[in-house]
Design a protein around this ligand. Sequence first.
Ligand code: SGN
Ligand code: CA
Length: 524
Amino acid sequence: MGLQRVAGWVKPVCVVFGMVLCIGAASVVPAERPNIVFIFTDDHCQQALSAYDDSRTATPNLDRIAKGGMRFDRCYVTNSICGPSRAVIQTGKYSHLNGFKTNRDTFNGDQQTFPKLLQAVGYQTAVIGKWHLKSTPQGYDYYDVLQGQGPYYNPPMLTAGPDGQPVKREHTGYTTDIITEKTVRWLKEARDPDRPFMVMFQHKAPHRNWMPGPKYLNWLDDVTIPEPETMWDDYSGRTQSAAAQAMTMARHLNDRDLKLTGSGILNAQQRQAWDAAYGPKNKAFLKARESMTEKEIVQWKYQRYVKDYLRCVRSVDDGVGVVLDYLDEAGLADNTVVIYSSDQGWYLGEHGWFDKRWMYEESLKTPLMIRWPGVTQAGSTNDDIVSNLDFAETFLDLAGVPVPDEMQGRSLVPLLRGQTPADWRKDFYYHYYENPGAHDVARHCGVTDGRYKLIHFYALEGKPIDDWELFDLQKDPNELTSVADDPAYAEIRSRMTERLTQMQEMYQVPGDTIQPVKRRRARN
Ligand code: SGN
Ligand code: CA
């Protein structure tokens, strides 16, 4: 790849893509092709986004995307965990085909991805923030990414050096703000005004261990966040896996998560502000704890955990406001499609949990809001079954690039125009693989049509199991009682089981997939 140094930014002038294409970009891509700003977070659920649910927090800037465009209410992820979700987005393929099934894997960046295809037709491409695919990003004119999960403060980041090789740069400050500043700076200083662009603006927040930024250390101190209906779930209506996990607020949030022990990543000035905020709150709790019941302690953990999570979301929301304002000021907003999503959903105390991974609703569903001025009706909503499997195809379609046959999702462009095709998917295939692994969630796969959900748990702690759950989401939206063995649902179970097999064939899931694999525990 030839590299050119322009005003401090390294820009590729040629793209290796099967063969070397030297792009006369402006002549390949008509000016009217929209720019794409893809805003992505880590573990941000619909329950903490006021465009979906305003019972816990307000996210006025994120809500601007829904107000100006379409909110998707049933966006399902194919595999509810970070790296795998990102690999699905890069490739438009399920984990078993893109090769990235668990956070232990390394993304094979030589395979076909949507940014490479956009580059080939002259789009200027960039990814800034969390990447989490281990291999060096390919298909991007510019990358500036966290290493692995990345810390909440003072992050080292990797970018291409003058010779094209990744170099590590140190930064001081709050990671969410740094990622926002870098994105705006790229838009201002590195954007080629003669080419359409696609930028992925990707936050680490609000991933565990939920460290708020300096501005919000005391925000929400004097409010009480409502507890979810299912917080005291005893898992009695499901098979063994629901009880066997390690993601309860009661037993699995540690002192670092709860800010009861300090984190070593802060510098002296940051630590001073941190201790001034958490010191007195912790002191009060530790004193009160002596006379608190177990239930009250869990309630305290819930408040501490959810408030810290919402504080992290607040900084994301501020940053989204800065980027949206810049698009307005620069006159770019009208020709820019803005997408907001997260790598998966999340438990904000529902079922007593934090984390994700399950095919249950809170972690299966992820936020998706898309603003496309002049095309998508402002303030509209959509409840078709859509997925992160469709993002690559959508970006290609927006750019007028034919979607390769091997991609397994479908462009959302017709839906954004308000015209859902008659043959749009009516059900959805899911598969989670990371067991043994963090939080001890059994391997499982399943199918849902939005009304019913069938889940097959087939491996727990490296041992084969054969547990089936079936939920009637209309009667039991919180998925508390499986009806898999209820004779009244026998016909539905058999229909869904057959459909699961059909979908595995349709998506080319290898026959030997449904079995436990003994491996060392995941290090994420
Ligand atoms: C870390 C977290 C887990 C989290 C995984 C995966 N533990 O291991 O709670 O599920 O990342 O998250 S922590 O103690 O390191 O915070 S993912 O979003 O990257 O998939
Ligand atoms: Ca995640």
